[in-house]
Design a protein around this ligand. Sequence first.
Ligand SMILES: Nc1ncnc2c1ncn2[C@@H]1O[C@H](COP(=O)(O)OP(=O)(O)OP(=O)(O)O)[C@@H](O)[C@H]1O
Ligand SMILES: [Mg+2]
Length: 304
Amino acid sequence: MHKGKWKIVRKLSRKISTVWVVTRTKNRKTQRGYFKILDKKSKKYAGPLLANELISYRLARALNLKAAKIKLAKIERRRGVVSIVRPARRHYTWAELSKKLNSPIMKHIDNPQQLLKTFVFDIWICNVDRHGENLITFPKRNKYSFYLIDHGFALLGAMKWRRVPWNSSYWNHVTKYNRHYVQGLRSYIYSYQQLSPFIEQIQSIPAYKIKKIVKSMPVSVLSPSKKKIVIKLLLYRQENLHVIVNRWMKEYKKNDSRSRVLINKKSRRKMKKRHIARESSSYPTGYYSTGYYSSFTSRPYNTL
Ligand SMILES: Nc1ncnc2c1ncn2[C@@H]1O[C@H](COP(=O)(O)OP(=O)(O)OP(=O)(O)O)[C@@H](O)[C@H]1O
Ligand SMILES: [Mg+2]
């Protein structure tokens, strides 16, 4: 199998990380990718960016979630990761597709259950950045399928970005750190039962598999002490995922007895009009709790 070298096509200007569009020829087929490096800025805001990307990709794969393949690469003497574009007729980001369609996006998604699985997966890995640009959709038969990209702000990247220690109870409250819900997701979730099969799936990944994925990172990408932290974080959240998701449901749902579980945009606007400031209780922005997972009774971090 012949793999050509990655070549830089152009640079994308991004807020934090530097991303280049790259191509290579593999078995006479051209492959496209997006190359990211760990520069000063990304290190400052996302910590071990390359490891965040690589570990998240491998965990997604262990769950049969479609994610862009992430490869470590050295291009023009820079070390980074390439996020490989899946071959398809066309690609749209989730945000682009929802704008383009004139009916709810979930009706057009080939396997909408995958979005629920992605949501639970993101909770597991503490992803703070699943916005509409970080899911890539592509036409599949007469619908659209999608895959996951960009996990730079998951795992230790999330902790660095929010400047909250990995073992703070803050991370038990998804409503505190997650400000993104892709179009269509909120109104699609109405019960815990919809999410529980994915929680169970994550909880059934054997610990040795998770450890193996983290330990397989080169030391230059993730130091041994950081590996230990990532393993503790993942095992702890895996074990307590049902509690964390349940809490998200409770903290996110309306305080009154009306039947809808989630506050959608429309009702939020209505509530604002009525001067009901309930939303603020769901999004305590700027509120950081620094207690140490004291509210959970299971395995404390230091015994892992
Ligand atoms: N595998 C891929 N397939 C298709 N498009 C991709 C892929 N990887 C990256 N992209 C495109 O490149 C853009 C930038 O990549 P990425 O989201 O990883 O970088 P970022 O700078 O960290 O983004 P953000 O602004 O979300 O922090 C994406 O929004 C997407 O449009
Ligand atoms: Mg992105």
